[in-house]
Design a protein around this ligand. Sequence first.
Ligand code: FE2
Length: 204
Amino acid sequence: MPWKDLEAKKFASIRELNGISLRTMEEHYELYKGYIAKTNEIQKKLDTVDRSTANQIFSDLRALRIDLSFATGGVKNHEIYFGHLGGKGGTPAAKTMELIKRDFPSYDAWLADFKATGIAARGWVWLAYDHDWNILTTVAGDAQNTFPLWNATPILALDVYEHAYWIDYGRARAKYIEAFFNNLDWGVVEQNLERALAMEAVHK
Ligand SMILES: [Fe+2]
């Protein structure tokens, strides 16, 4: 079946937030639209690419496959990110808090590690539910497509690419991470977790 174009979703969080400017949110949303457009472009090229020239050093098919991973990651990561911003911060809702306390030494220890991982990563930090091991786990990413785990569902996504904060904070990434948590909608994270918990592990 030919590729059916993705459309950019609308997010209520694309506005002036508490400590994250309207300009940053609008510029960031434009980047997300770029990932949508490139995902569509690559998928359409995959419909017709010459597979007889496939080659591991370089080939059109290889380039399309690799960059599709980057573009698709850019779409999915930002949809989680924009989807759970626009809240009032605070602390996790009931189930999220319960599982964080179950799977990490404490809530404070998880939060401190998650923020530090945001300084250690070059692109993203996710809190993900691992369906094979039935635990929440923290995952660091250097790009839109690194380093996801199979059979894990991200429920919280912190963008630490410079574009997420440079206009507002320059190099002070830690201040942006504080602002991120001040605008996080834990109710959306809770909903993401409930959906993840309802999924079945593929490998049992
Ligand atoms: Fe981003």
